[in-house]
Design a binder for this molecule. Structure first.
Ligand code: GDP
Ligand code: GDP
Ligand code: MG
Length: 291
Protein backbone atom coordinates (compact mmCIF):
# COMPACT_ATOMS: atom_id res chain seq x y z
CA UNK A 1 0.00 0.00 0.00
CA UNK A 2 1.42 3.34 -1.00
CA UNK A 3 2.03 5.77 1.83
CA UNK A 4 -0.48 8.60 1.92
CA UNK A 5 1.48 11.73 1.17
CA UNK A 6 -0.08 15.00 -0.02
CA UNK A 7 1.94 14.91 -3.22
CA UNK A 8 0.96 11.39 -4.08
CA UNK A 9 -0.93 11.03 -7.32
CA UNK A 10 -2.50 7.78 -6.27
CA UNK A 11 -5.47 9.57 -4.72
CA UNK A 12 -6.37 11.26 -7.99
CA UNK A 13 -5.62 8.13 -9.95
CA UNK A 14 -7.10 5.58 -7.60
CA UNK A 15 -10.52 5.69 -9.23
CA UNK A 16 -8.94 5.11 -12.61
CA UNK A 17 -6.74 2.21 -11.55
CA UNK A 18 -9.54 0.37 -9.75
CA UNK A 19 -11.85 0.45 -12.75
CA UNK A 20 -12.58 -2.83 -14.48
CA UNK A 21 -11.05 -1.80 -17.76
CA UNK A 22 -9.15 0.92 -19.57
CA UNK A 23 -11.71 2.94 -21.52
CA UNK A 24 -12.15 6.19 -23.42
CA UNK A 25 -12.30 8.28 -20.24
CA UNK A 26 -9.05 6.85 -18.92
CA UNK A 27 -6.84 9.02 -21.09
CA UNK A 28 -8.61 12.29 -20.26
CA UNK A 29 -8.60 11.43 -16.54
CA UNK A 30 -4.93 10.59 -16.66
CA UNK A 31 -4.09 13.81 -18.46
CA UNK A 32 -6.07 15.85 -15.90
CA UNK A 33 -4.36 14.12 -12.98
CA UNK A 34 -0.87 14.71 -14.39
CA UNK A 35 -1.56 18.39 -15.14
CA UNK A 36 -3.00 18.92 -11.64
CA UNK A 37 0.13 17.37 -10.16
CA UNK A 38 2.25 19.95 -12.01
CA UNK A 39 4.01 17.69 -14.48
CA UNK A 40 3.51 20.47 -17.03
CA UNK A 41 1.92 20.10 -20.49
CA UNK A 42 4.97 18.76 -22.33
CA UNK A 43 5.74 15.91 -19.97
CA UNK A 44 2.05 15.12 -19.57
CA UNK A 45 1.61 14.85 -23.33
CA UNK A 46 4.73 12.70 -23.73
CA UNK A 47 3.83 10.38 -20.87
CA UNK A 48 0.25 9.89 -22.06
CA UNK A 49 1.38 9.25 -25.66
CA UNK A 50 3.95 6.74 -24.44
CA UNK A 51 1.34 4.91 -22.35
CA UNK A 52 -1.18 4.84 -25.18
CA UNK A 53 1.44 3.26 -27.41
CA UNK A 54 2.37 0.67 -24.78
CA UNK A 55 -1.25 -0.20 -24.03
CA UNK A 56 -1.80 -0.75 -27.76
CA UNK A 57 1.42 -2.72 -28.19
CA UNK A 58 0.74 -5.09 -25.29
CA UNK A 59 -2.95 -5.14 -26.11
CA UNK A 60 -4.02 -4.79 -22.48
CA UNK A 61 -7.24 -3.40 -21.01
CA UNK A 62 -6.20 -3.86 -17.38
CA UNK A 63 -5.82 -0.56 -15.45
CA UNK A 64 -3.26 -2.29 -13.18
CA UNK A 65 -0.99 -2.64 -16.22
CA UNK A 66 -1.49 1.04 -16.90
CA UNK A 67 -0.52 1.92 -13.34
CA UNK A 68 2.64 -0.20 -13.52
CA UNK A 69 3.65 1.21 -16.91
CA UNK A 70 3.06 4.76 -15.66
CA UNK A 71 5.19 4.13 -12.59
CA UNK A 72 7.98 2.58 -14.68
CA UNK A 73 7.83 5.41 -17.21
CA UNK A 74 8.12 8.06 -14.49
CA UNK A 75 10.95 6.18 -12.82
CA UNK A 76 12.81 5.87 -16.12
CA UNK A 77 12.54 9.62 -16.74
CA UNK A 78 13.56 10.48 -13.17
CA UNK A 79 16.62 8.21 -13.51
CA UNK A 80 18.06 9.99 -16.53
CA UNK A 81 20.17 12.26 -14.32
CA UNK A 82 22.57 11.07 -11.64
CA UNK A 83 21.33 12.06 -8.19
CA UNK A 84 24.50 11.02 -6.35
CA UNK A 85 26.06 13.68 -4.12
CA UNK A 86 29.78 14.10 -4.75
CA UNK A 87 31.32 14.44 -1.32
CA UNK A 88 34.60 12.59 -1.65
CA UNK A 89 36.94 15.60 -1.42
CA UNK A 90 38.38 16.43 2.02
CA UNK A 91 37.04 18.76 2.96
CA UNK A 92 34.00 18.52 0.71
CA UNK A 93 32.58 22.04 0.44
CA UNK A 94 28.86 22.38 -0.20
CA UNK A 95 27.38 25.77 -1.02
CA UNK A 96 23.63 26.11 -0.43
CA UNK A 97 21.85 28.79 -2.47
CA UNK A 98 18.31 29.88 -3.29
CA UNK A 99 15.62 32.49 -2.86
CA UNK A 100 14.62 33.64 0.66
CA UNK A 101 12.28 31.35 2.54
CA UNK A 102 12.68 28.24 0.37
CA UNK A 103 14.27 26.31 3.23
CA UNK A 104 18.05 26.67 2.85
CA UNK A 105 18.89 26.96 6.53
CA UNK A 106 16.47 24.21 7.54
CA UNK A 107 17.89 21.94 4.85
CA UNK A 108 21.42 22.57 6.10
CA UNK A 109 20.37 21.56 9.62
CA UNK A 110 18.79 18.34 8.38
CA UNK A 111 21.66 17.58 6.01
CA UNK A 112 24.25 18.10 8.76
CA UNK A 113 22.32 15.67 10.95
CA UNK A 114 22.05 13.16 8.10
CA UNK A 115 25.82 13.30 7.52
CA UNK A 116 26.54 13.15 11.24
CA UNK A 117 24.41 10.02 11.51
CA UNK A 118 26.66 8.43 8.88
CA UNK A 119 29.72 9.29 10.96
CA UNK A 120 30.87 12.32 8.99
CA UNK A 121 32.20 15.39 10.80
CA UNK A 122 30.46 18.58 9.67
CA UNK A 123 31.01 22.31 10.00
CA UNK A 124 28.52 24.93 8.81
CA UNK A 125 29.34 28.49 7.84
CA UNK A 126 26.81 31.27 8.51
CA UNK A 127 27.47 33.31 5.38
CA UNK A 128 23.98 34.83 5.43
CA UNK A 129 25.47 37.55 7.57
CA UNK A 130 23.06 40.39 7.17
CA UNK A 131 20.44 39.39 9.74
CA UNK A 132 21.50 38.29 13.21
CA UNK A 133 18.39 36.08 13.22
CA UNK A 134 19.68 34.08 10.28
CA UNK A 135 22.90 33.31 12.14
CA UNK A 136 21.04 32.31 15.32
CA UNK A 137 18.74 30.05 13.32
CA UNK A 138 21.68 28.23 11.76
CA UNK A 139 23.41 27.99 15.15
CA UNK A 140 20.35 26.29 16.64
CA UNK A 141 20.30 23.75 13.81
CA UNK A 142 24.03 23.13 14.07
CA UNK A 143 23.69 22.33 17.76
CA UNK A 144 20.85 19.89 17.13
CA UNK A 145 22.79 18.27 14.32
CA UNK A 146 26.04 17.93 16.26
CA UNK A 147 27.90 20.15 13.80
CA UNK A 148 30.37 22.94 14.43
CA UNK A 149 29.65 26.44 13.19
CA UNK A 150 31.58 29.53 12.10
CA UNK A 151 29.62 32.74 12.65
CA UNK A 152 30.34 36.25 11.42
CA UNK A 153 32.13 38.46 13.92
CA UNK A 154 29.51 41.16 13.36
CA UNK A 155 26.26 41.65 11.49
CA UNK A 156 26.90 42.33 7.81
CA UNK A 157 30.44 40.93 7.79
CA UNK A 158 31.52 39.98 4.28
CA UNK A 159 29.90 36.57 3.64
CA UNK A 160 32.97 35.50 1.69
CA UNK A 161 35.11 36.08 4.77
CA UNK A 162 32.87 33.78 6.81
CA UNK A 163 32.99 31.13 4.10
CA UNK A 164 36.77 31.41 3.97
CA UNK A 165 37.12 31.00 7.74
CA UNK A 166 34.79 28.01 7.74
CA UNK A 167 36.84 26.15 5.14
CA UNK A 168 40.05 27.19 6.88
CA UNK A 169 38.84 25.74 10.18
CA UNK A 170 37.74 22.53 8.45
CA UNK A 171 41.21 22.10 6.96
CA UNK A 172 42.98 22.89 10.22
CA UNK A 173 40.85 20.50 12.25
CA UNK A 174 40.32 17.75 9.68
CA UNK A 175 36.55 18.28 9.50
CA UNK A 176 35.19 16.32 6.54
CA UNK A 177 32.20 18.28 5.24
CA UNK A 178 31.70 22.05 5.02
CA UNK A 179 28.22 23.44 4.37
CA UNK A 180 27.88 27.15 3.65
CA UNK A 181 24.55 28.92 4.22
CA UNK A 182 23.98 31.97 2.01
CA UNK A 183 21.59 34.90 1.70
CA UNK A 184 18.66 34.84 -0.72
CA UNK A 185 17.49 38.42 -1.04
CA UNK A 186 15.89 39.00 -4.41
CA UNK A 187 15.67 42.77 -4.66
CA UNK A 188 19.38 43.05 -5.33
CA UNK A 189 19.76 40.01 -7.52
CA UNK A 190 22.86 41.30 -9.27
CA UNK A 191 24.49 42.05 -5.92
CA UNK A 192 23.55 38.63 -4.63
CA UNK A 193 25.08 36.86 -7.63
CA UNK A 194 28.25 38.92 -7.19
CA UNK A 195 28.29 37.91 -3.55
CA UNK A 196 28.00 34.21 -4.46
CA UNK A 197 30.74 34.59 -7.07
CA UNK A 198 32.98 36.14 -4.48
CA UNK A 199 32.23 33.35 -1.98
CA UNK A 200 33.16 30.79 -4.65
CA UNK A 201 36.36 32.55 -5.56
CA UNK A 202 37.49 32.92 -1.98
CA UNK A 203 36.60 29.31 -1.03
CA UNK A 204 38.34 27.92 -4.09
CA UNK A 205 41.61 29.45 -2.91
CA UNK A 206 41.51 26.74 -0.25
CA UNK A 207 39.46 23.84 -1.57
CA UNK A 208 37.43 22.90 -4.63
CA UNK A 209 33.67 23.30 -4.28
CA UNK A 210 32.13 19.84 -4.25
CA UNK A 211 28.47 20.78 -4.70
CA UNK A 212 26.38 23.91 -5.21
CA UNK A 213 22.88 22.97 -4.12
CA UNK A 214 19.96 25.12 -5.26
CA UNK A 215 17.02 24.84 -2.87
CA UNK A 216 13.53 25.07 -4.40
CA UNK A 217 10.20 25.18 -2.57
CA UNK A 218 7.96 22.57 -4.20
CA UNK A 219 4.79 24.41 -3.16
CA UNK A 220 5.69 27.30 -5.48
CA UNK A 221 6.04 25.06 -8.54
CA UNK A 222 6.95 26.55 -11.89
CA UNK A 223 6.75 30.06 -10.45
CA UNK A 224 9.45 29.30 -7.90
CA UNK A 225 11.60 27.90 -10.64
CA UNK A 226 11.33 31.16 -12.58
CA UNK A 227 12.44 33.05 -9.46
CA UNK A 228 15.50 30.83 -9.16
CA UNK A 229 16.56 31.36 -12.77
CA UNK A 230 19.41 33.72 -11.83
CA UNK A 231 20.98 31.05 -9.61
CA UNK A 232 20.83 28.51 -12.43
CA UNK A 233 22.41 31.04 -14.80
CA UNK A 234 25.14 32.31 -12.51
CA UNK A 235 25.75 30.15 -9.46
CA UNK A 236 27.20 26.97 -11.01
CA UNK A 237 24.45 24.78 -9.54
CA UNK A 238 25.32 21.06 -9.42
CA UNK A 239 22.20 19.74 -7.73
CA UNK A 240 18.67 20.63 -6.65
CA UNK A 241 17.06 20.25 -3.25
CA UNK A 242 13.26 20.15 -3.28
CA UNK A 243 11.72 21.23 0.02
CA UNK A 244 8.18 21.25 1.42
CA UNK A 245 7.02 18.27 -0.58
CA UNK A 246 5.00 17.39 2.53
CA UNK A 247 2.80 20.42 1.94
CA UNK A 248 2.52 20.14 -1.81
CA UNK A 249 0.04 18.45 -4.12
CA UNK A 250 2.57 18.95 -6.88
CA UNK A 251 4.66 15.80 -6.92
CA UNK A 252 4.93 16.09 -10.69
CA UNK A 253 7.03 19.19 -10.21
CA UNK A 254 9.86 16.87 -9.23
CA UNK A 255 10.10 15.49 -12.74
CA UNK A 256 9.26 18.79 -14.43
CA UNK A 257 11.98 20.69 -12.60
CA UNK A 258 14.62 18.11 -13.38
CA UNK A 259 13.76 18.02 -17.08
CA UNK A 260 13.44 21.81 -17.36
CA UNK A 261 16.78 22.57 -15.71
CA UNK A 262 18.78 19.49 -16.71
CA UNK A 263 20.08 19.49 -13.10
CA UNK A 264 19.61 16.40 -10.93
CA UNK A 265 17.59 16.45 -7.72
CA UNK A 266 19.92 15.32 -4.94
CA UNK A 267 17.92 15.82 -1.75
CA UNK A 268 14.25 16.03 -0.84
CA UNK A 269 12.78 17.78 2.22
CA UNK A 270 9.44 16.58 3.53
CA UNK A 271 8.88 18.42 6.78
CA UNK A 272 10.33 20.78 9.34
CA UNK A 273 11.81 18.10 11.59
CA UNK A 274 15.51 17.27 11.68
CA UNK A 275 14.97 13.83 10.14
CA UNK A 276 12.70 15.04 7.32
CA UNK A 277 15.33 14.93 4.58
CA UNK A 278 16.14 12.06 2.25
CA UNK A 279 18.32 11.41 -0.74
CA UNK A 280 16.51 11.21 -4.05
CA UNK A 281 15.80 7.67 -5.23
CA UNK A 282 13.75 7.56 -8.45
CA UNK A 283 12.40 4.07 -7.74
CA UNK A 284 11.10 5.01 -4.30
CA UNK A 285 9.77 8.33 -5.50
CA UNK A 286 7.87 6.88 -8.46
CA UNK A 287 6.39 4.23 -6.16
CA UNK A 288 5.16 6.84 -3.68
CA UNK A 289 3.87 9.10 -6.42
CA UNK A 290 1.97 6.59 -8.53
CA UNK A 291 1.31 3.85 -5.96
P1 GDP B 1 15.73 30.04 3.97
O1 GDP B 1 15.31 31.48 4.01
O2 GDP B 1 15.87 29.57 2.56
O3 GDP B 1 16.95 29.77 4.78
O4 GDP B 1 14.52 29.20 4.58
P2 GDP B 1 14.36 28.57 6.05
O5 GDP B 1 15.25 27.38 6.22
O6 GDP B 1 14.47 29.64 7.06
O7 GDP B 1 12.88 28.01 5.96
C1 GDP B 1 11.75 28.84 5.72
C2 GDP B 1 10.52 28.16 6.30
O8 GDP B 1 10.23 26.96 5.58
C3 GDP B 1 10.68 27.74 7.75
O9 GDP B 1 9.48 28.02 8.43
C4 GDP B 1 10.91 26.24 7.68
O10 GDP B 1 10.49 25.57 8.82
C5 GDP B 1 10.08 25.87 6.47
N1 GDP B 1 10.55 24.63 5.81
C6 GDP B 1 11.78 24.36 5.34
N2 GDP B 1 11.83 23.12 4.78
C7 GDP B 1 10.58 22.59 4.91
C8 GDP B 1 9.97 21.33 4.50
O11 GDP B 1 10.58 20.43 3.91
N3 GDP B 1 8.65 21.18 4.80
C9 GDP B 1 7.93 22.15 5.45
N4 GDP B 1 6.65 21.91 5.69
N5 GDP B 1 8.47 23.33 5.81
C10 GDP B 1 9.77 23.56 5.56
P1 GDP C 1 29.49 46.36 -0.39
O1 GDP C 1 29.02 44.98 -0.70
O2 GDP C 1 30.77 46.36 0.38
O3 GDP C 1 29.56 47.21 -1.63
O4 GDP C 1 28.47 47.08 0.58
P2 GDP C 1 27.05 46.62 1.12
O5 GDP C 1 26.53 47.72 2.00
O6 GDP C 1 26.19 46.14 0.01
O7 GDP C 1 27.36 45.37 2.06
C1 GDP C 1 28.34 45.40 3.08
C2 GDP C 1 28.73 44.00 3.42
O8 GDP C 1 27.61 43.30 3.90
C3 GDP C 1 29.21 43.26 2.17
O9 GDP C 1 30.21 42.33 2.53
C4 GDP C 1 27.96 42.53 1.70
O10 GDP C 1 28.33 41.37 1.01
C5 GDP C 1 27.26 42.24 3.02
N1 GDP C 1 25.79 42.22 2.93
C6 GDP C 1 24.95 43.24 2.76
N2 GDP C 1 23.68 42.79 2.78
C7 GDP C 1 23.72 41.46 2.98
C8 GDP C 1 22.74 40.43 3.10
O11 GDP C 1 21.53 40.61 3.08
N3 GDP C 1 23.17 39.17 3.28
C9 GDP C 1 24.48 38.90 3.33
N4 GDP C 1 24.86 37.65 3.47
N5 GDP C 1 25.44 39.83 3.24
C10 GDP C 1 25.05 41.12 3.05
MG1 MG D 1 18.22 31.03 5.80
Amino acid sequence: MAERTPWSLSGALRGMFTKKTIDGETWDDLEDALIKADFGPNITEAVVADLRAKVAKYNTTDPKDLQRMLREGIEERLSRLDSTLTLSERPAVVLVVGVNGVGKTTTIGKFAKFLNTYGRTVIVGAADTFRAGAVDQLATWAERAGAQIVKPQMVGQDPAAVAFQTVEKAKNEGIEIVIIDTAGRLHTKGGLMDELTKIRRVVEKQAPIAEVLLVLDATTGQNGLAQAEAFIQHAGVTGLVLTKLDGSARGGFVLAVQERTGIPIKLVGQGEGINDLTGFTPHVFAQKLIG
